[in-house]
Design a protein around this ligand. Structure first.
Ligand SMILES: C[S@@+](CC[C@H](N)C(=O)[O-])C[C@H]1O[C@@H](n2cnc3c(N)ncnc32)[C@H](O)[C@@H]1O
Length: 313
């Protein structure tokens, strides 16, 4: 099935490739290279990575185009931060100034039914590539998160948690007619109801989370996380309107993956998931981003990190 979303051609018919990257155990760099070869194979229209580095691959394309080239049951974890569908010409407050809420054409709603179709198509494509024990995280606000949560249930995912990401430094509400929006929801679900997923419980309980004023030392990690919006030093390479803080993504990646795992972000944006995976080390990452400018921003961030690491050696 093919259809148009926000002027962009979408394909909802994921391929039927059967071979998993690693039937059991972890994906390796060799597996990642094999995967890349599969994606770029001329038999289904060659697509080359926009950028690749050790354990980090970025595609400048529609995520459905790339996901359909990835073998089923091959991915350990997906973090998806889909369009919020909130760019409705309204206004918000940023650094004390009134600014438009519009984030770009990609963030415009096409109406409830079309938005629902879009979410169903990409979530189904993610489901196909996830391993049975693989998990998906989906973040969003009330504009999109209920649709995504409904679809996770409809598509037979097993919901594990709904995390409230509380932003202690959220911008004030200008109209003074509503409560100030100061959180986002991050859903966490496993593909197969019966499989055993990765949860690094001890690390979440005993790890260090200095940014989170609500997390008490040596106590279980709860489902409300207090994490400020990205600090200036995470925005030095350029601007993305919905960039997530590294502390949020580092926590997600650390909680639900191990070294060697394959992580995909189908809405890469500024590449925060990939950068977090690199900071934690040993993970393999594939990011997919339709906007070339955001791909360039991601590349700058990765290169900066590599320079920093080289300087530290
Ligand atoms: C909410 S933002 C993600 C921000 C990201 N989590 C970060 O920390 O920077 C969603 C991104 O998805 C991209 N996008 C929208 N539709 C897409 C599609 N069909 N395929 C790939 N990327 C898409 C947009 O360009 C945007 O950068």
């Amino acid at each position: 099935m093919k259809y148009i979303h926000n002027g962009k051609y979408m394909n909802s018919n994921p391929g039927k490739k059967k071979t998993a990257v690693s039937k059991k155990g972890k994906s390796s760099n060799r597996d990642l290279t094999k995967l890349m070869e599969n994606i770029s194979h001329p038999s289904h229209g060659s697509i080359m990575p926009y950028y690749k580095s050790d354990g980090f691959i970025l595609y400048n394309d529609d995520s459905l185009e790339i996901l359909e080239r990835i073998p089923e049951n091959s991915v350990d974890m997906i973090f998806a931060d889909p369009p919020y569908m909130l760019s409705n010409d309204g206004f918000t407050c940023q650094n004390g100034k009134m600014v438009s809420v519009n984030k770009g054409k990609w963030d415009k709603s096409s109406g409830f039914d079309e938005d629902m179709k879009f979410h169903e198509i990409w979530i189904s494509a993610c489901r196909r590539v996830l391993k049975p024990e693989g998990t998906i995280w989906i973040s969003g606000t009330y504009h999109s998160i209920y649709q995504c949560g409904f679809l996770l249930q409809k598509l037979n995912f097993h919901l594990l948690n709904d995390i409230t990401w509380f932003k202690p430094n959220a911008s004030p509400n200008l109209s003074c007619r509503f409560f100030t929006a100061s959180h986002e929801t991050v859903l966490w679900a496993r593909k197969d109801k019966k499989a055993k997923h990765t949860f690094n419980y001890e690390l979440m309980k005993n790890g260090e989370f200095p940014e989170d004023k609500m997390k008490k030392e040596n106590t279980q990690m709860r489902s409300v996380w207090s994490i400020p919006t990205p600090p200036q030093n995470e925005k030095g390479s350029g601007k993305h309107p919905t960039q997530k803080p590294l502390a949020l993504l580092k926590r997600i990646v650390a909680a639900s993956t191990n070294p060697g795992d394959l992580i995909i972000d189908p809405f890469n944006g500024a590449g925060t998931t990939g950068i977090a995976s690199q900071l934690l080390g040993g993970r393999n990452y594939i990011g997919i981003e339709i906007n070339q400018g955001y791909c360039d921003l991601t590349v700058k961030r990765v290169e900066k990190l590599k320079e920093k690491n080289a300087g530290a050696e």
